[in-house]
Design a protein around this ligand. Structure first.
Ligand code: MN
Length: 469
């Protein structure tokens, strides 16, 4: 098999290392290097956010630390396509293909992630951990892949949690009711701590794989292997049995403590509001390992990197979920205005009257975060909000095309919901199938798209010269 063949397809090779990705971004003039010594308190986040979606950022000697900070690594959908080695339109299919064909990891010894080992941990001294939003309770680790093992099956889970630095070797963690939380409940019921590891600074595809909406006991690192087209090298932690990406920049090893809850938050979250302060789970850190020349990756809370990392794997899952019942669903998009979680645009090749409403119900059932669904025809670009609004303006009538489902489960981070309970709204903005052809015929100027503007335009003369001639 040729090395550039991935999953039976030829094309550019996927990016498999963080350093390779930074080289790629730099070569495309998408990596900004700041002057040394910017402040960890807001300054790094301010610069990263100003360049959000246009350039990733590299901060040497951040806050006077020897270790640099990096941010904004995957803050554009097109970049994610490049990391995968596919066209932008193939990102969701490629991700879903990887989730269906996971590649088991490969355990190695002598990992770069363990070149340096500290058993006496003081994160505030050893790591450059920034403060992001105005009312955040303090410094947060935001790009850490939290890896834990199911106490019964031993199968690992990977997820990203906001981690508040509560002390030199203590983190406050928000665990939503998903897989890590289930593993922890098993351990806590037995009066035991749950061993965990937090890997900071991984390649873009491993980062994306960590956000897959996979079933329990489905190791997200095997999706990373599939996206890479090769098994992901992992290494056993120094102080516990958790396996972490061997190429990671930094690894924190520790335990989620049973029957301990401490204040965590507020923290600026993806809906562009603060997640409230409350008593939450606590991780005690036992060891810190890192590369000799490690970099600290930070994701600015609520920035594009935060939004897209959650959004794209969800889109892939929702697309696959909808297609099981509705094979004529062409594409889905979680819109930026809906914080890449709440508003779903669905593009269909309409076959039956009424099916848009069935599709809405399928989408609401696909993920509780989905709050609004707009279904459009296949002549509408769902990645352009103006196109979707145009479809609503000209193909939707609220008295017959609107679906509202009250008192349903939604996002707890939506401040307009009552502790996560709220309404779903669906808009059918598709054309009627029996409409006369010209009624919904979209206007177009023949040749507009194909005309070679560079060859046609006159660059040498002003309009006054042309007028005289
Ligand atoms: Mn999982």
């Amino acid at each position: 098999m040729q090395s550039n063949v991935v999953a039976g397809r030829e094309g550019p090779r996927p990016i498999t290392t963080l350093r390779g990705w930074l080289d790629h971004l730099a070569a495309q003039d998408r990596l900004a290097v700041a002057r040394p010594g910017l402040s960890l308190a807001f300054e790094i986040a301010a610069v990263a956010k100003r360049l959000d979606g246009r350039k990733a950022t590299f901060f040497p000697q951040a806050g006077g630390h020897a270790m640099p900070v990096i941010s904004g690594l995957v803050s554009d959908r097109g970049w994610i396509a490049e990391a995968m080695g596919v066209a932008p339109g193939e990102v969701l299919t490629r991700f879903q293909e990887a989730a269906l064909n996971p590649v088991p990891w490969l355990e190695v010894r002598n990992a770069p992630a363990q070149q340096m080992v500290h058993r006496d941990v003081d994160m505030t001294r050893q790591l450059p951990i920034p403060v992001h939003n105005e009312h955040d309770s303090g410094a947060y680790i935001t790009a850490g892949l939290l890896i834990a093992r199911n106490p019964r099956s031993g199968i690992q889970n990977v997820s990203i949690h906001r981690l508040q630095v509560s002390g030199p070797n203590r983190l406050g963690a928000l665990l939503l009711p998903r897989h890590t939380h289930m593993f922890f409940e098993m351990a806590e019921a037995a009066g035991q701590a749950l061993d965990v590891a937090i890997a900071v600074g991984v390649d873009p595809l491993t980062l994306l794989a960590s956000q897959a909406i996979a079933p329990i006991d489905f190791d997200e690192l095997t999706i990373a292997g599939a996206l890479h087209g090769a098994p992901l090298p992992v290494v056993k932690c120094v102080t516990n049995e958790v396996r972490v990406p061997a190429e990671a920049e930094i690894v924190l090893e520790g335990r989620l403590l049973p029957h301990v809850r401490e204040p965590e938050g507020p923290f600026g979250e993806f809906p562009q509001y603060y997640g409230e302060r409350a008593k939450r789970h606590v991780i005690e850190i036992d060891a810190l390992t890192h590369r000799k020349d490690a970099m600290f990756h930070t994701i600015v809370g609520g920035g594009l990197e935060h939004l897209l990392l959650g959004g794209i794997p969800r889109e892939a899952t929702l697309l696959a979920h909808l297609r099981r019942s509705f094979p004529n669903v062409c594409d889905v998009h979680l819109a930026r205005g809906g914080v890449c979680r709440y508003h779903l645009y669905v593009q269909i090749d309409k076959r039956q009257e009424g099916e848009a409403k069935n599709i809405m119900m399928g989408a609401f059932a696909g993920h509780y975060d989905v709050k609004q669904v707009i279904v459009v025809d296949d002549d509408v670009d769902i990645h352009d909000p103006a196109e979707v609004e145009w479809a609503v303006a000209t193909r939707f009538q609220a008295d017959r095309d609107l679906l509202v489902v009250g008192e349903s489960q939604g996002s707890k981070l939506d401040p307009s919901a009552r502790n996560g309970v709220g309404a779903k709204m669906g808009l059918d903005a598709t054309k009627p199938l029996d409409a006369p052809e010209m009624k919904f015929k979209r206007i177009r100027v023949p040749g507009e798209e194909s005309v070679d503007i560079g060859r046609i335009l006159e660059n040498d003369h002003s309009w006054r010269q042309c007028l005289k001639a």
